[in-house]
Design a protein around this ligand. Structure first.
Ligand code: KIV
Ligand code: NA
Length: 264
């Protein structure tokens, strides 16, 4: 199988091939995901919750991200390595470049992910123009948890939906090559996906995105607490870690996941 690169992402979209993405935080699981055919590995700042045991992602540092990215890098050959920029590490352009440079140079990131639009668009452009490919992230942006008042579905009202469509176009215009849509109604994600040239990756965003992402611990059913609607425990049908990841990849490729029961 061919190495996944930034230019191959638009090719997936053009050909109508679905993109599979999973989070990962260490080398052993990275090797498992690679062998199962996962296209993009995301070192998510969700590690603040599933690895560090915190209630949200706000305390994750750039050094935390570098540590986990470097470990994942050693276990990864074929998948594209995408790494989250943590809370406030892209508050201005210079900070964003300093942080992203570390994620690339020390962590081996091939693309970095920033949440939001508005003032974040300047940071997206600054990085993209300096040879650091960028993934946007809209809808439920977990770094906004204190403003949002919890982890809730976004874009339900018409005005919020229109704003989200505009933000998605601006993120693409700013230079992003990929866009994660988290917890938005399926119809809205479908509309954004059709209006953008860059691929969209959904989580709790219906089946019409160009790809799907889940948190690895959710897919394996080991995340403590209530399971959100969009999560499926693939370990039950996969029978093993490797089987569960393969089942996810196949379900994304053939459009079996997510089903209506996983969508808003
Ligand atoms: O940190 C993370 O795991 C993420 C995904 C849920 C998209 O950003
Ligand atoms: Na994240």
């Amino acid at each position: 199988l061919r190495k996944i690169t930034v230019p191959s992402l638009r090719q997936f979209k053009r050909q109508g091939d679905k993109i599979s993405m999973l989070t990962c935080y260490d080398a052993a699981f990275a090797d498992s995901l690679d062998r199962a055919g996962v296209d993009i590995i995301l070192v998510g700042d969700s590690l603040g919750m599933v690895v560090q045991g915190r209630a949200d992602t706000l305390a994750v540092s750039v050094s935390d991200m570098v540590y986990h990215a470097a470990a994942v890098r050693r276990g990864t050959t074929r998948p594209l390595l995408l790494v989250d920029m943590p809370f406030q590490s892209y508050a201005n352009e210079q900070r964003a470049l300093d942080a992203a440079h570390r994620l690339v140079a020390e962590g081996g990131a091939e693309m970095v992910k920033l949440e939001g639009a508005g003032p974040v668009l300047d940071a997206i452009t600054y990085l993209a123009q300096r040879e650091i490919p960028v993934c946007g992230h809209l809808g439920l942006t977990p770094q906004s948890v204190n403003r949002l008042g919890g982890f809730k579905v976004q874009g339900k009202e018409q005005s919020a939906a229109e704003r989200l469509v505009e933000d998605a176009k601006r993120v693409q215009q700013a230079g992003a090559e990929l866009l994660v849509l988290e917890c938005v109604p399926a119809g809205l994600a479908k509309r954004i996906t059709s209006e953008l040239d860059i691929p969209t990756i959904g989580i709790g965003a219906g089946s019409e995105c160009d790809g799907q992402v889940l948190v690895l611990h959710d897919l394996l059913g080991v995340t403590p607490g209530n399971r959100p609607r969009f999560v499926k425990d693939f370990l039950a049908e996969g029978g093993s870690v490797q089987g569960a990841v393969r089942a996810f990849v196949e379900a994304v490729r053939d459009g079996a996941f997510p089903a209506a029961e996983h969508s808003y």
